[in-house]
Design a protein. Structure first.
Lengths: 391, 374
């Protein structure tokens, strides 16, 4: 066991810290629309130009070819430096790109991966449908093969950033006769193709990047298929492996920084008695400290899973453990923040951090990419070996 | 970072697991629980032979130097077996104190005896009504020529009935300084009121009624004594976290196996999603405990306040997990877990004791509050 970072890793951290200090964007980040896209892509371009894009991606596609542990150090320093986390580049960097790295054709990789790292493209996900949420295998959006194209008809929903995206990881049914998991295909969809309509879906927090996408005879070249036609379930499990495994490391680390911010806030705001500051209230201090201990455990859990995951190309079902912990814990952290703010916590701000926005958006952490309930199913069946239950 | 065990560490774990599998079957352990001593002297001798009693000690006193990771590995196996021997008291707590006081001749001698299996020790520190803080001790040491006389009471001293020597904390009369003394368990004037704790291990309340100890039995005094005591208690806390982890993982497996085989309404109860999700929650709690244990291990050699804060965080997370895992293990088994004829209840009792020993959640939260986590 080597429970601390190596001197090389510490050296790497120093370099990261120095670069971030000089380069993290300081301007206000737009909450939505093309302004957000431009902001996120500009930040990505700057990372690429500085030689920091795709730290753990292969060198031949523009990455640095370093370890996942170094990627984690990068995220930690980003959190310290208050660099933007997630946003419109998230899907491309955290699961579409990684999926292409392990499953894409050489041509697909050469075309897409450098674009992603250089901040030239935004991706979105196209898995969920109005009638296929947790039950992903029941997707109905159809694609029929016509010559060397797929022709897509149907609809996808809960797609973040679809209105500003260039590409989509799209899961379609290519064989309507086949049973559920069989007959699906994972295809790269050009979001600028003819026949695509995007409807924005307003959300509670007002950040409004969720969309529904409609496909009306959308023609996609067969060369865009990742994996085999009718072999898409397997590829989508790779994507979900990343989404439930490593994709949220940055967010998970960011949560620790948010909690420390909250700790500061508890030293400023008045507590329930209206006289003392909040942190002097025993119940508040108790809750905050429990959250802190749990955040420390989450961080250790990330290290552990990164250390173990370093040997496998795609994260296994263990990724669900961290994802489940993070989702539930983030909701507790933001709920606590909103409580701490009392009635002032009811005002929706356009600021960062805005605790109420984060609180309302935190539901996605226990819903998107597999609900907490689906994650518990996976843990029960895949990690504890329980019999497959009724659905 | 690398969380994989080295080859030597794997051997230690596998060896311990094999030993316990062969010698700590459920009925063997129940017999030990019912015995007068409450543990096995034969096993203790075997631990000495295996080198476990010398773990983490300096080589010059017959020790087997290693990091605390080895101790944690061994403790996890103790937890799986719910081993009853007074290992944490003797080796993690007292041997650490003695190792830090190796300048004292008495300490060196006891360390050698300890490694050979000829000494068992207990740390007598907590006092009645003091909960976990004993900042102003009521046990007083009064100087009488070249000796000290001890008066006062210690309460709930784990493993005291098994010990032939005690390390006693006391306040020097007329001063605020604390002093750590090595005291023979059979010394005249010491009364021991022994009892069983909820997990079947033994503890005792001690009354020092003019106990005379030679000045040469002073191990440490003043701030140094306080630091040594704190470090030893932190290590014991973390050792118990590792033990609790082993216990939780075992009882979780036991519960999952039960859910796969117990049939009600014509199907294995493990097929019911309500139960599956609770088992999944238990699983996550166990993983959280393993994670925070690693975090504690990474800080065990850190400076005092940082080490204490992280080990307190580890205890908070682990104790919370222990409550959830222990209670759900009983609940998912149903009545069978309430009998002492079945192992699940024994694990629950172990976890209940773990929650309280060396500081409960409230105490550790309070200590954790004193330092920001980075």
């Amino acid at each position: 066991m080597q429970l601390s970072h190596t001197p090389e890793e510490e050296q790497f951290r120093e370099e990261v810290r120095a670069w971030l200090c000089a380069n993290v964007p300081r301007g206000k980040r737009p909450r939505t629309g093309m302004a957000l896209r431009e902001y996120d892509l500009e930040w990505q371009r700057r990372q690429y130009d500085g030689g920091w894009a795709g730290i753990s991606w292969p060198r031949e596609y523009g990455g640095r070819g370093l370890s996942l542990a170094q990627q984690v150090i990068w995220y930690e320093e980003c959190a310290v430096a208050r660099a933007p986390v997630g946003g419109s580049t998230f899907v491309a960097l955290s699961h579409a790109g990684p999926t292409l790295i392990v499953r894409g054709t050489e041509e697909q990789k050469r075309f897409h991966l450098p674009k992603i790292l250089k901040g030239e493209s935004v991706w979105c996900q196209g898995f969920s449908e109005p009638n296929a949420g947790s039950d992903l295998a029941s997707v109905k959006t159809q694609a029929r093969v016509e010559g060397d194209h797929l022709v897509v008809n149907g609809s996808k929903i809960w797609t973040s950033y679809a209105a500003m995206a260039d590409w989509q990881e799209l899961l379609v049914r290519t064989d309507p006769e086949a049973q559920r998991h069989k007959g699906l295909t994972w295809v790269i969809c050009d979001m600028h193709a003819r026949g695509i309509t995007v409807r924005k879906i307003p959300t509670m927090s007002g950040t409004g990047n969720l969309c529904q996408v409609f496909y009306d005879d959308v023609r996609l070249p067969l060369a865009n298929v990742v994996g085999e036609v009718n072999g898409g379930w397997d590829v989508s499990m790779t994507t979900l492996g990343f989404e439930r495994g490593t994709a949220f490391i940055a967010h998970q680390i960011h949560l620790a920084a948010m909690l420390e911010g909250l700790y500061g806030l508890a030293h400023e705001l008045k507590g329930p008695d209206g006289r003392r500051v909040a942190i002097e209230d025993d119940a508040i201090a108790d809750q905050l400290l429990r959250l802190r201990a749990d955040v420390a455990a989450l961080r250790a859990m990330i290290y552990l899973s990164v250390s173990r995951g370093a040997r496998q190309p795609v994260p296994g079902p263990e990724g669900n453990i961290v994802a489940l912990c993070y989702g539930e814990l983030s909701k507790r952290v933001y709920a606590f923040a909103v409580e701490l703010l009392a009635n002032e916590g009811l005002e929706l701000h356009d600021e960062n951090p805005d605790w109420l926005t984060d609180y309302l958006d935190a539901f996605k952490n226990t819903i998107a990419g597999g609900t907490s309930e689906i994650r518990r199913n996976v843990i029960g069946e895949r990690l504890l070996g329980l019999p497959r239950g009724g659905r | 970072m690398d969380f994989d065990l080295t080859e030597e560490q794997q051997m230690l774990r596998d060896g311990a697991r094999r030993f316990f599998r062969e010698h700590y079957r459920f009925e063997d352990r129940r017999a030990l629980l019912a015995s007068e001593a409450g543990f096995s002297r034969d096993h203790w001798a075997k631990y000495a032979e295996l080198g476990w009693l010398a773990l983490g000690q300096p080589e010059e006193t017959g020790g087997w130097p290693g990091s605390f990771v080895e101790t944690a590995i061994l403790m996890e196996e103790f937890g799986r077996a719910l081993a009853l021997e007074p290992y944490v008291s003797t080796v993690v707590l007292c041997a650490h104190v003695l190792g830090r006081c190796a300048a004292a001749r008495a300490a060196r001698e006891v360390l050698q005896a300890l490694a050979a299996g000829d000494a068992r020790l207990a740390l007598a520190h907590h006092e009645p009504g003091g909960r976990y803080d004993a900042e102003r001790l009521n046990v007083v040491a009064t100087r009488r020529g070249d000796a000290f006389q001890l008066r006062g009471c210690k309460s709930c001293v784990p493993d005291a009935p098994a010990a032939n020597r005690l390390i006693v904390s006391a306040r020097l009369e007329g001063e605020e300084d604390i002093v750590l003394l090595l005291v023979d368990a059979g010394v005249p004037g010491l009364r021991m009121n022994a009892y069983s704790l909820v997990d079947g291990t033994r503890a005792a309340d001690l009354v020092f009624d003019g106990v005379r100890v030679p000045a040469s039995s002073v191990l440490a005094r003043g701030a140094a004594a306080g630091d040594i005591l704190q470090a030893a208690l932190d290590r014991a806390t973390l050792a118990r976290v590792a033990m609790a982890l082993g216990a939780m993982e075992t009882v979780l497996q036991m519960t999952a196996e039960y859910a796969k085989t117990r049939v009600q309404f014509g199907q294995a109860i493990g097929r019911f999603q309500a139960l599956q999700h609770r088992l999944a929650e238990m699983f996550v709690e166990v993983q959280e405990t393993r994670s925070i244990l690693c975090c504690g291990l990474a800080h065990v050699e850190a400076a005092g306040a940082e080490r204490s804060a992280m080990i307190s965080a580890a205890k908070v997370v682990a104790a919370n997990a222990a409550r959830i895992v222990g209670e759900q293990a009983v609940q998912l088994h149903g009545s069978i877990a309430m009998t002492t004829e079945y192992a699940a209840g024994h694990y629950y009792e172990h976890l209940l004791a773990f929650e309280r020993i060396y500081g409960d959640v409230d105490w550790h939260l309070d200590r954790f509050a004193r330092r920001a986590v980075t």
